[in-house]
Design a protein around this ligand. Structure first.
Ligand SMILES: [Zn+2]
Length: 233
């Protein structure tokens, strides 16, 4: 997985990922054993793919045991078996890249403590249960069923950053990455394509700017309006 999806991130946005260690790890019991060491992970996303602000640290013993640890960086776990088996997904590698883009966007948010992409994202504390147990927990599911996208770290700054990364990945990857898990009906929001269209001018004009820097600027009016309308639905 690392060999297939990591280079896409590096090529797509070298300003953000050129020199950052990237750890894309396949979900397996051994990985989840290390995750249970994490005391208070702030989990985001589904059980197909996830990241947390401390995931690289949690995985460090596992990565070191395989000679892969290169220092702090972006880490995500992908459940490739579930991704391959999931209904309505595009060819699984493109699906996996779309998920890595989503998780990598969370990482970009972590790089800027002031970025509201991760503000207000406290769905609960992870106390060392097995990840799947946590995701099956009724309290967790109830939180996610009711929480608006902004409260789970998937608000406007997240969508804006993800659109940039998605656009850049499509420019360097030979096949279309048609599905990116950002916005859309799962979040009670307009489709990702609609958000990308509202950002079209900015996407073209800032293709070489670090995405973290773009997030510090005001978003285009059309994008801000779209988000506002979605929040009022
Ligand atoms: Zn997410």
């Amino acid at each position: 997985m690392q060999d297939l999806t990591g280079p896409v991130l590096r090529k797509a946005s070298p300003a953000d990922f050129g020199r950052t260690p990237i750890y894309i790890v396949r979900a397996e019991p051994e990985v989840e054993r290390f995750l249970s060491i994490g005391v208070c992970l702030r989990l985001e996303c589904s059980n197909l793919a996830f990241t947390t602000p401390q995931l690289d640290r949690s995985l460090r013993p596992y990565l070191e045991s395989r000679g892969r640890w290169e220092g702090r960086g972006f880490a995500c776990v992908l459940d490739t078996d579930k991704i391959q088996a999931a209904p309505r997904t595009p060819p699984w590698l493109e699906a996996a890249i779309g998920m890595v883009i989503h998780e990598a966007t969370h990482w970009l948010g972590y790089q800027d403590g002031a970025n509201p992409a991760t503000a207000g994202c406290e769905p609960g504390k992870y106390n060392g249960q097995h990840i799947d147990d946590l995701l099956r927990c009724p309290a967790w599911q109830a939180y996610y069923a009711k929480a608006p996208a902004a409260a789970t770290g998937h608000g406007a700054p997240f969508i804006r950053a993800a659109c940039h990364l998605w656009h850049r990945a499509n420019a360097v990857y030979p096949l279309p990455i048609t599905r990116c898990w950002i916005a859309g009906e799962n979040y009670g929001l307009s489709r990702p394509e609609t958000y990308a269209a509202a950002l079209a001018t900015e996407l073209r004009a800032t293709a070489n700017t670090p995405i973290v820097n773009i997030l510090r600027t005001r978003p285009p009016e059309a994008f801000a309006e779209l988000w506002k309308r979605d929040c009022q639905r």
